[in-house]
Design a protein around this ligand. Structure first.
Ligand SMILES: [Zn+2]
Length: 161
């Protein structure tokens, strides 16, 4: 079952349910207009929040999100496919996570040759069990193998305990 809710013209979420878990895909900009109250009915159920298509979060949006997480304390929550902008919030604002467990994040690479940017998905389980994060990968656009990790590996995993 899929339901989409249009919250405002730059943010919406899509809820799908499978195997006893609600998967909530967040899409767009989380700011002062983001309203998560309709999701409070899922309290106590298994929930995954998918951040892949979140394009930005401002400080009002962070506050709204942190309050929403407080309301859901005790609910089994996973954060999946977190892009760098979300990882940055988790690192800076520990309450952004609430009681959630992070399953996967994206780390950014930039090509030295053509400036193309691409993101690599990393499983936190793999990271915790010693996965080595590549400093350079091959560019999908120009095939140069000088595509470098943008920044320090540690900054993308600071939230991992
Ligand atoms: Zn390239």
């Amino acid at each position: 079952m899929n339901t989409a809710e249009l919250l405002n013209d730059h943010f919406r979420f899509e809820v799908s349910t499978a195997e006893n878990r609600s998967h909530i895909k967040l899409i767009g900009i989380i700011d002062e207009n983001a309203d998560f109250s309709s999701l409070l009915k899922l309290k106590g159920q298994n929930i995954s929040f998918d951040f892949k298509d979140v394009s930005s979060i401002n400080s009002c949006g962070i506050r709204t999100w942190v309050n929403f997480m407080k309301e859901l304390i005790g609910t089994p929550i996973e954060f999946v496919e977190c892009p760098p902008l979300v990882v940055r919030q988790m690192n800076m604002v520990p309450s952004f996570l609430g009681s959630a467990i992070v399953t996967s994040v994206y780390i950014p690479y930039v090509c030295d040759e053509c400036d193309h940017e691409q993101q690599q998905k990393i499983s936190i389980k793999d990271y915790k069990s010693g996965l080595k994060i590549a400093q350079t990968i091959t560019c999908e656009k120009c095939s140069s193998n000088t595509m470098e990790l943008d920044g320090n590996v540690k900054q993308y995993f600071a939230f991992v305990k």
